[in-house]
Design a protein around this ligand. Sequence first.
Ligand code: F6R
Length: 608
Amino acid sequence: MCGIIGYCGPKVAAPILIEGLKRLEYRGYDSAGISVLGPDGRHRIVKKKGKILDLRKAVPAELPGGTGIGHTRWATHGEVSDRNAHPHTDAAASVSIVHNGIIENYSALKQRLQGKGYIFVSETDSEVIAHLLSDLYDGDLERSVKHAVSLLKGTYGMLAMHVNEPGVIVGARNGSPLVVGVGDGEMLIASDVTALVEHTKQVLYIEDGEVVRMTADGHRTTDLRDKPIDRELQVIGWQIEEIEKNGYDHYMQKEIFEQPESILRAIQGRLEPENATAHLGGLNMTSRELLDIERVKIIAAGTSYHAGLVAAYALESLARVPAGSELASELRYRNPIVERNNVYFAVSQSGETADTLYAMRELQRKGARVLGICNVVGSTIPRESDGGVYIHSGPEIAVASTKAFTSQLSALYLFTLLLARMRHMSYEAGLRFMHDLERIPDLVQEVLTRTEHVQELAKKYAQAKNFLFLGRGINYPVALEGALKLKEISYIHAEGYSAAEIKHGPIALINEETPSLFIVPNDGLRDKVISNMKEVKARNGKVIALGVDGDNELADIVDDVMFVPKTHELLYPYLTVVPLQLFAYYTALELGRDVDQPRNLAKSVTVE
Ligand code: F6R
């Protein structure tokens, strides 16, 4: 949520900052700005409402200076406007700052500073940092930043420059990510590695309560009491091609089509055919501890929460262990009961989602073991968790999550297999499940070959104002996910329900203009779902069915039908979610929406 970047080096900073902001744009895209410390010793600030493209147009061709900071905003305090865009400065323009996070005590600080004559020009909480720094500046920016942040309550990943210290950027972190990129004679700093990968692979993650001072030649990290922090550099595994569109029209399209490969990456090397089980070294749990697990609880938000719901079905069904998925934002504030042999999974693509992170910390405070299932290596959740699994999907840049979902399923299915084999699952059954799992990438590929038909249906139904997505059992969470995908990128109002549940209320919405998409795999609930479809048809509702190859009866009942290949009953979510992702994608395209950066959203939600 909001992306920040800084550069110190021999090159002209402005284009590097803009390019970096473009990479970070998925974190927020309502306004953006940069500040460059010019050779004349002055801050040149350019900021603009709109996308990075608008900012790029506003930046003069000549903007010299090798030290600068930039920001792409997702508004929290104050409307979307040029004035509220970052960087912020003080009246004398001696400091400029960018900030990601929320300063909770900004009102009190603002009043105090206004009392001293500081004039605020924006409605943001962040501006208070600029005036505070200006007020506290004592000739040493690093020391002044430490003083300033000791007075802040809330979250921040912030960068500051001061006209008296050309070539210096100071960054501080509490609750919002910050990573330093160590280049050859140049240094960068950003909210995440996507902005750095073009320049360097060597990175240093800054932790909460730390302050980093950087110049072109190096960096120094200390805590707020000046204790030096000596942490090893890490190497980023991502390649620049992975963050390009590579011929696709949109990141979302690319990421949907990458799924056969990303699922394979999540599974590869983690199956043990000789024992028909899975191997997940990062869990940091002994066999004894795994055997002692009495309950698995998954905490997450949005799409990751839906992956958790799917996994809970599989865990209960195959491993016979009580399991559930809960919205992290809800769990945190209901004083959760942590029992001795409970294991929690914090599932998060970004590894930075505030709701999930704070819920994880609350559970850990109560003594729980929390494992992470994350994509972004080195992000906060995996760093703070007690162990876990990286899903290795590669960068997911489209705001709507797609490939992360199927890779999260993979990690959770592997864990299910591991636990199931320690409990009730026989070697033969384990082997069969393993083989079914290994076939999934090819089956997803097969689903993708049917894209054209999904595209036709998207075109046909794109004018609907409301949509229902309905499924049962393990496909009920897929219905929720289908509805989420459609609403977030097409802005069509969509609801996901259990197909059984519609008669308890939602059926009132059915008329000729409200289509329903039923997920109806050939499982034990098929006939019940067919009855639900007939109930909708009887009320003149349009029905699309998503069934399994060979289920020819469906075509006679519904208006339109899509098919997926046959698989293990518990693995259908891998296959049924893909047409729904495509359906949302093509519907949004049909309606001319901004597919990769839908309105009001951001990829990484680092505020509560
Ligand atoms: C939906 C979507 C969001 C995220 C949610 C959690 O397409 O992208 O609902 O799934 O914000 O994000 P992570 O997984 O990064 O914790």
